[in-house]
Design a protein around this ligand. Structure first.
Ligand SMILES: NC(=O)c1ccc[n+]([C@@H]2O[C@H](COP(=O)([O-])OP(=O)(O)OC[C@H]3O[C@@H](n4cnc5c(N)ncnc54)[C@H](OP(=O)(O)O)[C@@H]3O)[C@@H](O)[C@H]2O)c1
Length: 290
């Protein structure tokens, strides 16, 4: 028996296995293409001949392959080894596939946790790396030492297998909002003859204002407490109208500022003029334009 098994030894799975060895655990590994196990065996891992043998060798198995359907294929062929075991699935994947896999594991008598890795393989094991994981509170308590060996700042975010796809979509949308915001901002500045260097140098200074906004979400949205904001929705709506007018005056494409104006107007129409901008979540969370 070993402490932990790792199935999938691509760039990420190999890094995860290495972090477990570095944490002092005995590790069994298996990969579809067996040659990828060779460097890990040299570092102290034991190689299993089959996925089933790898799962049987340890109470907990980490899986990290292409995505959930590939994990499902591997585990269906190894279902004899699953009863009583815990699988921590760290492949990236969609909500429906995650729920299917969780359902299969429960039917096979295994426990599950799922996680998404916010890091590149060379960062695995660092103190500031975050794996966002779902599973029960009890599983988090039992298995957080294994998880924090791979990412020291890992967090438990819920208990539904499908939640991580939404979390990924949410965080990716924030990053994309920033990137597309820069693209549209650059279009306006370019049309106005402002140098891209001047624009790019001012972006981090301007973004410094955004820092309190992270906390502002957590402070306002959970209890719908949108009163006495530092700037009201009405203030934002007026500023956004001015921004849209500037894009129009420049003859610049204006899809993004127009979207912002439309959204703020929805909030105003719903009666949130004097509330915080975050109050728009109350409107948009219910209102899907199909
Ligand atoms: N690399 C990153 O920066 C990063 C960051 C965050 C999350 N992730 C996630 O980590 C997971 C693995 O990524 P990676 O970078 O390690 O990819 P990778 O280097 O391409 O490795 C893919 C792994 O999946 C295995 N695999 C693929 N299809 C399979 C199948 N049908 N049956 C059995 N095994 C199969 C491969 O086995 P073979 O060796 O036999 O082909 C290999 O072990 C992905 O879900 C990815 O989204 C990666």
């Amino acid at each position: 028996m070993t402490d932990i098994s790792v199935i999938g030894l691509g760039a990420m799975g190999s890094a995860l296995a290495r972090a477990q060895i570095a944490a002092g655990r005995s590790v069994t590994v298996w990969n579809r293409s067996p040659e990828k196990a060779t460097p890990l065996v040299a570092e102290g891992a034991i190689v299993a001949a089959t996925a089933s043998e790898a799962i049987a060798a340890s109470p907990v198995t980490i899986t990290c392959v292409k995505s959930h359907p590939q994990t499902m294929g591997i585990l269906q062929n190894a279902s004899n080894a699953l009863p009583g075991k815990t699988i921590i699935e760290l492949s990236t994947g969609g909500a429906t596939e995650a729920e299917d896999l969780a359902h299969f594991l429960e039917g096979a008598g295994a426990e599950w946790m799922f996680g998404i890795i916010n890091a590149y393989p060379h960062m695995i094991g660092n103190e500031d790396v975050v794996l966002s994981v779902v599973g029960t509170e009890e599983q988090w308590t039992s298995h957080s030492p294994i998880i924090t060996s791979m990412g020291g700042s890992s967090v438990h975010v819920g208990d539904q297998a499908g939640m991580l796809a939404a979390l990924f979509a949410g965080l990716f949308t924030v990053r994309q909002g920033f990137m597309w915001g820069m693209i549209y901002g650059a279009i306006a500045c370019k049309k106005a003859g402002i140098s891209m260097q001047a624009f790019s140098d001012l972006v981090p200074i301007s973004m410094g204002m955004m820092k309190p906004y992270y906390d502002y979400f957590a402070a306002t949205v959970p209890n719908a407490t949108y009163d006495d904001p530092p700037a009201t929705m009405q203030t934002y709506a007026a500023a956004l109208e001015d921004v849209l007018a500037s894009f129009e005056a420049l003859g610049a494409r204006d899809e993004l500022p127009r979207l912002f104006v439309d959204m703020a107007n929805k909030g105003m129409a719903a009666g949130y003029e004097d509330k915080a901008l975050t109050a728009i979540i109350e409107v948009l969370a219910q209102d899907r334009a199909d």
